[in-house]
Design a protein around this ligand. Structure first.
Ligand SMILES: C[C@@](CO)(OP(=O)(O)O)[C@H](O)COP(=O)(O)OP(=O)(O)OC[C@H]1O[C@@H](n2ccc(N)nc2=O)[C@H](O)[C@@H]1O
Ligand SMILES: Nc1ncnc2c1ncn2[C@@H]1O[C@H](COP(=O)(O)OP(=O)(O)O)[C@@H](O)[C@H]1O
Length: 297
């Protein structure tokens, strides 16, 4: 991108993929939203967002996953930017350019990460701290997953995504992320769970017993949990079953799970040699799937 009209270089940030390492649904609130508990980590891969400061707000989109994603008012980048402008009157915005690399509607929060990235860039441009309570409210108003994506640090997430634990220094996990190319809408998966408003299922678990110090220890903790949205998601997208089976069958695959409301699933490996080899093997088996080896932390 060229320098802005004023000569300043555009601001840039990475919108990292969010991965729900586990996810429990505790119940459904009277307003219809579901109470969750989830240990969230972030991948090394993501979309990229640039902001060229200027007088008017706009968005352009390019990149390998841009097809079908409109740069209109429904786009989460513009929704976040407009909400920011309303909450912080008189602040500056400009021209956003999104490089879309993450599959859309895939349970790894690409849209939420883009919205959070827009808020980070606007906060940087206007000298607003990421810890600003109004900024956090704006994030929560754009989407349930946007607050956790603001800092994109691993942490426990509770409530509907609005209650965040402290940032966690998790041992790095060598992962392969896989999406079979079937978009899955979050709202449909929650609906398929079949809970009535006001239903209470479980008491809060309280999170991690102690912070694991090795990847093997973290995997052992994760093995005791799961993703409560996996069964309803598979009813909507049966392809998820094949993704989980193929991931589990890869040499060195230690733990296999779906992220968020799907359809992206991940497998964890001991090291980057094993995860890279597994990603290569799976991409050969299913060349039409989105397959990426990455670090989660
Ligand atoms: C399931 C999760 C887990 O991290 O991730 P994704 O699969 O979307 O990545 C999130 O809770 C998704 O967050 P996000 O995608 O931002 O959700 P929103 O746009 O706010 O909500 C979409 C719809 O999902 C339902 N919803 C969402 C969150 C929640 N805790 N309870 C719900 O019932 C609501 O019906 C809502 O209208
Ligand atoms: N910048 C964006 N990137 C991805 N999806 C977006 C974006 N803006 C709006 N959306 C819409 O948001 C919804 C959720 O997208 P996404 O965050 O990718 O999935 P998920 O919530 O499953 O993790 C999709 O239906 C998509 O059309």
């Amino acid at each position: 991108m060229a320098a802005s009209a004023g000569g300043a270089l555009p601001l840039r940030t990475r919108a990292r993929a969010k991965v729900n390492l586990d996810l429990r649904v505790l119940g459904r609130r009277p307003d219809g939203y579901h109470e969750l508990e989830s240990l969230v980590a972030f991948a090394g891969i993501g979309d990229e967002l640039a902001l060229d400061p200027g007088p008017s707000l706009s968005l352009t989109i390019a990149g390998p996953r841009a097809a079908g994603l409109e740069a209109d008012d429904r786009n989460l980048v513009l929704r976040a930017a407009r909400a920011f402008g309303q909450a912080f009157p008189g602040t500056h915005a400009g021209a956003f350019h999104l490089t879309k690399r993450l599959p859309v509607a895939s349970g790894i929060g690409g849209g939420s990460a883009d919205a959070a990235a827009a808020l980070r860039l606007l906060a940087r441009l206007n000298g607003i701290a990421l810890s600003d309570p109004t900024l956090r409210e704006v994030a929560a108003g754009v989407g349930a997953d946007v607050p956790v994506c603001l800092e994109s640090r691993a942490r426990l997430m509770a409530g509907i995504g609005d209650r965040l634990g402290p940032a966690l220094r998790l041992p790095s996990l060598f992962a392969v992320l896989v999406n079979p190319g079937v978009p899955v809408e979050t709202v449909g998966v929650f609906r398929a769970l079949g809970l009535a408003a006001g239903d209470r299922l479980l008491a809060a678990g309280g999170g991690l017993p102690a912070l694991p110090t090795s990847a093997a220890e973290l995997r052992a903790v994760l093995a005791r949990s799961g993703n409560d949205l996996a069964v309803p998601a598979q009813r909507i997208a049966p392809e998820i079953g094949e993704v989980l089976e193929r991931l589990a069958a890869l040499p060195g695959s230690r733990l296999v799970r779906m992220s968020g409301s799907g359809a992206t699933c991940f497998a964890l490996f001991d090291d980057c040699v094993a995860s890279a080899a597994a990603a290569k093997a799976l991409a050969r088996q299913r060349p039409e799937w989105w397959v990426r080896a990455t670090l989660l932390r």
